[in-house]
Design a protein around this ligand. Structure first.
Ligand SMILES: [Zn+2]
Length: 407
């Protein structure tokens, strides 16, 4: 068995938190100066670990084993959400680099490439880097993408950080035996159960919608109730119908969220003439996602039939659930049993990860380490050192076992 070096891993993780440090976490949005500095540092680490490292035209940091033939792909992301935690993403990238070092130190041929996939967090275009590397990302999608906070076009951002002249690297599925990723859980399932490793069975699908309500803006004092076309009231009615009907058709781990509500013009003495709602649901079964969509369409039709306002439903995005390869789940479980006997569990991921992009192209596997108190996307995000180290041991052993299967 190969041996990772805990002190080296922890030192690198702590150093990574210096790039965009914010309280006890980091603020390292995609293509910010701090993010680019972190990417260059990762490329240096990959080079020192014996990989041919470079940053491609999508901002992906890719370290390639200097060998011919099929290999294993490891990775995650290194940018953060705004004002977020120190482990989200970077943990998986550094596990990958530490695994390569441990393989080389044990004189095992490191048939491994490592990637830090740009903009998994979606500041411009969610999964930009992994979709680009996995193949099939269209240039028009890059043309259309803009920063969600300040509207900067993705093309402009790429030019400003000097990546516009570079080609986007694309994998061939035949290059790889599979993809392996580690991540913090971001929920409290492992932590509250006293477990150390989550073996991901699937990553849920996420379907998102915008609902727009058209009514008639008017005076809140002089307009009779019966004469109103109150877009805000229509929105609230629809929201109540969702909360009433979705539980009746939901599965145990289904989730749905009304994340944003806006009234137009949004003043205390004006009947809203317009309203907008952002709505999403997640499940690891595509049939369940369809059931939710059917229910949502039926609710909208019912509301429109009743009047007096008109509601329009628009799909914003749909990602389908992705199963993790059963063979990789077994390998991760075996490695987990060796390092955290009886303290591991198979579980679905409620959050999206780059592994779901690669899972559509090749066998993919994923493991979670606990998040203390289930906190993430916040500077208080943390994981016990012991759990960080055990997670890396399990990850490295799983990688070695997969490599043993390459002839
Ligand atoms: Zn993440």
């Amino acid at each position: 068995m190969i041996a990772i070096q805990p002190e080296r891993l922890l030192r690198d993780l702590r150093h990574a938190a210096d790039f965009g440090r914010h309280l006890t976490g980091v603020h390292r949005p995609t293509f910010s100066p701090q993010d680019m500095e972190a990417r260059r540092w990762l490329a240096t680490l990959m080079g020192e670990a014996g990989l041919d490292a470079d940053i491609d035209g999508a901002g992906n940091v890719i370290g390639r084993a200097p060998i011919e033939g099929r290999r294993l792909l490891l990775g995650s992301h290194s940018e953060s959400q705004n004002h977020a935690g120190w482990l989200d993403g970077i943990l998986g990238v550094l596990y990958g680099i530490e695994t390569v070092r441990a393989l080389r130190e044990a004189s095992v041929e490191a048939r491994v490439d490592v990637g830090s996939w740009a903009d998994e967090e979606g500041h411009f275009l969610q999964f930009f880097g992994s979709r680009s590397f996995a193949g099939g990302l269209r240039e028009e999608e890059i043309d259309r993408a803009a920063n969600k906070d300040d509207g900067t076009p993705l093309r402009t951002a790429l030019r400003e950080v000097g990546l516009d002249g570079r080609a986007r690297a694309e994998m061939r599925a035949t290059d790889y035996v599979g993809y392996l990723e580690a991540h913090i859980e971001q929920g409290d399932y492992l932590d509250s159960a006293g477990l150390q490793i989550g073996i991901v069975t699937s990553i849920v699908g996420l379907w998102q919608y915008r609902l727009t309500f058209a009514g008639e803006q008017n005076h809140a004092g002089s307009t009779r109730m019966a004469a109103r076309k109150d877009a805000g009231a229509a929105l609230v009615r629809l929201a109540a119908m969702i909360q009433e009907r979705f539980p009746e058709i939901a599965r145990e781990r289904s989730v749905w969220t009304i994340g944003k509500i806006e009234l137009d013009p949004g003043a205390s003495s004006i009947i809203p003439g317009g309203a907008e709602m952002l709505f999403q649901f997640r499940d690891d079964d595509v049939a369940q996602l369809r059931r939710f969509e059917d229910a949502l369409e039926a609710i909208v039709a019912e509301l429109n039939q009743a009047g007096p306002c008109v509601c329009q439903l628009a799909v914003l995005s749909k990602t389908d659930p992705q199963r993790m390869a059963p063979a990789f789940q077994e390998i991760i479980e075996k490695a987990a049993e060796a390092h955290a006997s009886g303290r591991h569990v198979r579980m679905p991921s409620g959050a999206g990860h780059d592994a779901q992009i690669f899972a559509a192209r090749m066998p993919a596997g994923m493991l979670f380490v606990p998040s203390i108190g289930g906190i993430s996307h916040h500077h208080a995000e943390d994981t016990k050192e012991e759990d960080i180290v055990i997670g890396c041991r399990v990850f490295a052993d799983a990688a070695e076992m997969i490599l043993e299967g390459i002839s």
